[in-house]
Design a protein around this ligand. Structure first.
Ligand SMILES: [Zn+2]
Ligand SMILES: [Zn+2]
Length: 176
């Protein structure tokens, strides 16, 4: 079994499993190797290092400890990944959005999330796949994640938001 890796991307074709965006050619990428469930052999899931720190903290820390590569922002990556190990629901964060309808219920309080209200998107990781796993109210963040320190992570996976919305989300996260 080959182990997980850090390496510069050899092309610009790989997509990050964490954020869905392309990894630029030459950019350092993290590869998590898994047995291929559909065929013999292995497959590699590629991530931007920070996306892996947020969503796959355990394998990322393992590789950080072993790699000979000079990893930019190493301390920050370690700090983020340790936080994800300490608060085990944090790796589920997949950004935030305004609810487009009032149909979804919050996984924390089980009340409906009203249309137009901020909600945090969740994903569950299992065997190489991230699957949509519902939402929590922004206001339920502390109860659900057991920490209030989530704004950077939420913004990291909310690249589709406008600058105004990002500012508003930051303000909303600064209030109880
Ligand atoms: Zn990414
Ligand atoms: Zn709630």
């Amino acid at each position: 079994m080959m182990s997980n890796v850090f390496e510069p991307a050899s092309s610009g074709r790989s997509k990050c499993r964490g954020c869905g965006r392309h990894i630029l050619r030459g950019e350092l990428r993290f590869g998590e190797r898994l047995a291929n469930p559909f065929a013999d052999g292995e497959m590699t899931l590629w991530f931007h290092p920070m996306c892996a720190a947020y969503k796959r903290p355990e394998p990322l820390l393992q590789v950080l400890a072993e790699t000979a590569e000079n990893v930019p922002d190493r301390e920050r990556l370690e700090q983020v990944a340790r936080s994800g190990l300490a608060h085990q629901r944090l790796p589920r964060i997949n950004g935030a959005e305004r609810a487009p309808s009032g149909q979804a219920k919050c996984r924390n309080c089980h009340e409906s999330i009203e249309r137009g209200n901020w909600r945090i998107r969740l994903v569950f990781y299992e065997e190489g796949q991230f699957s949509p796993a519902g939402f929590v109210h922004l206001d339920c963040r502390k109860a659900y994640f057991e920490t209030d320190d989530i704004v950077n992570q939420v913004l990291h996976f909310s690249s589709e938001l406008s600058d105004d919305d990002r500012e508003e989300l930051k303000r909303a996260c600064a209030t109880e």
